[in-house]
Design a protein around this ligand. Structure first.
Ligand code: THU
Length: 135
């Protein structure tokens, strides 16, 4: 049963590719999709949303995290980030800290290029020596 219910990396890839198409990126033309598997076994997703006031733009990862939090979840098991190019799109520095907030050291970060080829690293590899406060 556990196996049947388990969301595969392919499911994450499909969700990330789907939401990537909705990205609002008229300034950079760099559309990013992010999909994450939360503790409840569901997939949550987000895309980047840019703004004419450039610093106000929001990354795809932030949208996926907000989607997860509004559903009552607090833990990311794995997150897939889909790049619009042949190079993968490693999360920016700010997004590393945002993912860290809802991760364990062994949370998986999957980075896919536009063809779907993905590499994987852990949260502790992505952001060693992260800033944390007691909750
Ligand atoms: N972007 C993301 O959505 N996630 C990242 O981790 C890196 C960058 C977006 C922000 C901006 O809309 C566009 O990609 C170009 O930087």
């Amino acid at each position: 049963m556990e196996k049947l219910l388990k969301k595969s990396n392919q499911d994450l890839l499909t969700a990330a590719a789907c939401v990537q198409k909705k990205a609002y990126a008229p300034y950079s033309s760099f559309q990013v999709g992010a999909a994450l598997l939360a503790e409840d076994g569901c997939i949550y997703s987000g895309c980047n949303v840019e703004n004419a006031a450039y610093p106000l733009g929001q990354c795809a990862e932030a949208g996926a995290i907000a989607d997860m939090v509004k559903a009552g979840n607090r833990k990311i098991k794995k997150i897939m980030i889909m790049s619009p190019t042949d190079e993968s799109c490693p999360p920016c520095g700010g997004c590393r800290q945002k993912i860290q907030e809802f991760s364990d050291p062994d949370t998986e970060i999957l980075m896919a290029d536009q063809t779907g080829n993905a590499s994987s690293i852990t949260m502790s590899e992505l952001l060693p020596f992260a800033f944390e406060l007691d909750k």
